[in-house]
Structure formats: C-alpha cells, structure tokens
Ligand binder design. Sequence first.
Ligand SMILES: C[S@@+](CC[C@H](N)C(=O)[O-])C[C@H]1O[C@@H](n2cnc3c(N)ncnc32)[C@H](O)[C@@H]1O
Length: 218
Amino acid sequence: MNFDRIAPVYRLLEYATFGPLLWQTRIHFLHKLATANHILTMGGGDGRFLAQLLKLNPKSTVDYYDSSARMLEIARTRNAQDAHRVQFHHSDLTQSKLPLNTYDAIAAHFFLDCFNDHELTALLASLTPSAKPDCLWLISEFNIPNTPFSNLIAQLLTRALYLCFAFATGLKTTKLPNYQAALEAAGLTLDEQQPHLASLLLSQIWRSPSEFKSAIHE
Ligand SMILES: C[S@@+](CC[C@H](N)C(=O)[O-])C[C@H]1O[C@@H](n2cnc3c(N)ncnc32)[C@H](O)[C@@H]1O
C-alpha cells in the first residue's frame, strides 16, 4: 500500500467527493488538544490538520508519522514555519517502536480504516503504552449506522471507497474494521462523539486509562 500516487490530489479528491464534511469531522474536537504538550499523529497525510493543530496550540510538539514519502513531503512544506516543533517520521507505524508513556494526545483521522480487525488490534496494543495516563485520542472515521437505509448507503459507500483505494494505493483492506471494539479492547473509553452526514462519519474522543486504572491492569 502506498499513498504517494494520490498525495498531490488527495485534498482535491476529498472536496470533490465529500465537500467540507471530512474536514469538519477532523476538526470537530480539535479544541480538546489546545493544552496538550506532546502529540502523536498517526497517518497524518498531507498536513492540513497538523497546520490547524499547531496554530491552535503554540506550545505543543508533534511526532508525525506517515508511511507515504510524498504525503510527508507535502505536510512538511505546508508546515515549514513550524518545522522546529514537528518530528516528521517516514515510517510504517506497524513496524515502529515509539517511546513509552510520552503522548498527551494522539490523532488518527481516517487512518484506522487502513487496517483489518486483526492488524488494528495488534497496532493498538503496540501503541497504547506510548500514551500517558488519560491521553486523549482524537479519532475521525467512517461509520456503518444501524438504521436500515443509512446502513445500506454506508455499506455501498465504504465498499466503493475501498475499491477506489485498492486501485489507487494498493490497499488490501476491503471493509471497515470494528475500530470501536479494537479501541475498547486496547483499554480506551469513549468520552464523546459527534456524528456527521446522517452518522456516516464520526468524530470521537477516546481516553487512555488513568494512572490508577493502569496500575490495576499491571
Ligand atoms: C486515508 S489517508 C488519511 C490521511 C489523513 N489522516 C487525513 O485525514 O487526511 C491514510 C494515511 O495513513 C497513511 N498510512 C497508512 N498506513 C500506514 C502505516 N502502517 N503507517 C503509517 N502511515 C500509514 C497513508 O500513507 C495515508 O497518508
């Protein structure tokens, strides 16, 4: 899988298909990161969210991971004036060793959907020790609602999106993983969520266990 080919037109494709909705989904809970010190961004893409985050929070430092060199280059160019606050990592997060007990906040927008259930469970298990107690996880994702009509639309939409991404990037995943179950299995709890587009899109805030709970788990 490689997002290099679509990186230069990613923003254009997004607005041509979903208008401003994906952007609104990403930034809905952005204000919650206003005081976070050290932030991890997983599969950050072309750096538009990063720019907004650095503007909102002038003190934070960010570890920015993406496996696409082209996405990373675009993100770095877009955020050149704040480069001293960002460590750009051209790296596959499934193979990366991150520092322990480090992040106050972790952002993953339309990233968890790149993995199947098994891969996602393994990825989250490897990442959770890098979060500090009460770390906030800002998640944006597609969603399959339960109501019959919305369910059908969401199934068709996500199938079509996975077909397009398989063609454009070689993505092997073919359906939306149960990311909520994977986040819960990783010990996180859902603090808040906001649906968009008849619940086809979700902005969510998840939270790592507090120190007290962590101690019990250990
Ligand atoms: C669907 S795009 C989302 C990009 C961005 N977060 C956004 O909201 O626009 C998924 C991003 O995750 C990156 N990615 C996918 N798998 C990855 C992995 N295993 N490690 C790091 N980055 C990955 C891709 O290169 C791509 O930039």
